[in-house]
Ligand binder design. Sequence first.
Ligand code: GDP
Length: 191
Amino acid sequence: MIKHAEFIKSITDIKDAPDTNLPEIVLVGRSNVGKSSFINGIANRKSIARVSATPGKTITLNYYMMDNSFYLVDAPGYGYARRSKSLQQTFIQMLLAYLELSPNLKKVFQFIDFKVGPTEDDLEMYDALLEGGFDVSVIVTKKDKVKSSLRSKHEKMIKDKMNQPEKIFITSSQTKDGYDKVYQEMILTLE
Ligand code: GDP
């Protein structure tokens, strides 16, 4: 697991990205999906991840360096107070434009709430990422919030709605279920 984690900086212009050429994994998801909890959990820190700001007209990317060897990059949460469809699409396009400009971007983790399942916003984002040719893994959060007897049903529902994602990890920041596998997936990115 990760031994050292450090918040590096927040940027609003991709030209201010760290110039270290380390590989980057970008995290995208709705506000409240559990991205901060995931960063803190995987980094074994109580509160390295800042609370993401309400998305506005700019996109802020927060860079966290892990084990001096790669970055987790937190992108702003979408669908906070449900925006109009056109605003949501503008947001997705802005985010994709950033991602396309990131020379060190290796992978995108798209976060989905296990209990809520993929929302319309989530599916729009996911489709746009796949269309953009990004390597996307799905991180499902809050496994502990669903009764164990209902978990396989939720899992199937999510996989069906997302058209059977190639890589999907069911996790909980409370129990750290699934974190080992996500860590392995991160390590694959470095190879
Ligand atoms: P973010 O907006 O995506 O960064 O979401 P946060 O990490 O701030 O989480 C939003 C809320 O969900 C907080 O109240 C967290 O405590 C809660 N949460 C996040 N992950 C989990 C989880 O795995 N299990 C449970 N039970 N709650 C979680």
